[in-house]
Design a protein around this ligand. Structure first.
Ligand code: FES
Ligand code: FES
Length: 162
């Protein structure tokens, strides 16, 4: 009897926001679906689900990743940080604070991805000018067009965190 090509399973372990997590299930599961549907971490948003909008941006081993484009199996043994893991207790991360201070969101759907991408952008040192920030944040689409405020928030947070 032929094996079912859709029945492949994976077993993985990963760190999510400092917690050791485990998953056994469908090998086609993306990191985005693993977080939202298995672990209940719905802060990471699903927009296009095909790598075009940046709504699902999070950090894997400190680097920016579109979670909809990464299989959970590829996250085995790695360190994932989502918007839920950014604050320290009640104290917001400087980028979160800057987004509030600069009124950098309207509907808020893109905001978690924008903030996670901004954290990566600042760590990469891509924040020396407004043009550079806009270029290196260009994978994050905002349908409300809050770009001037987003760029201002990233610039302000970059000054604070460097
Ligand atoms: S939901 Fe992942 S890039 Fe749009
Ligand atoms: S604030 Fe609405 S999509 Fe960006």
């Amino acid at each position: 009897m032929e094996s079912d090509p859709f029945s492949a399973q994976v077993t993985i372990s990963l760190s999510v926001n400092g917690n050791e997590e485990h998953f056994h299930g469908d090998a086609r599961t993306t990191v985005l679906d693993l977080l939202r549907e298995v672990f209940g971490l719905t802060g990471t948003k699903k927009g296009c689900n095909r790598g075009e909008c940046g709504a699902c941006t999070l950090l894997v081993d400190g680097a920016r990743v579109n979670a909809c484009m990464m299989l959970a199996a590829s996250a085995d043994g790695r360190v994932v940080t989502t918007i839920e893991g950014l604050a320290t207790g009640d104290e917001l991360h400087p980028v979160q604070r800057a987004f509030i201070d600069h009124d950098a969101f309207q509907c808020g759907f893109c905001t978690a991805g924008q903030i996670m991408s901004a954290v990566g952008c600042i760590r990469e040192g891509r924040t020396t000018s407004d043009e550079e920030i806009r270029e290196w944040m260009s994978g994050n689409i905002c349908r409300c067009s809050a770009y001037p405020q987003i760029a201002a928030a990233v610039a302000a947070a970059a000054k604070e965190t460097v």
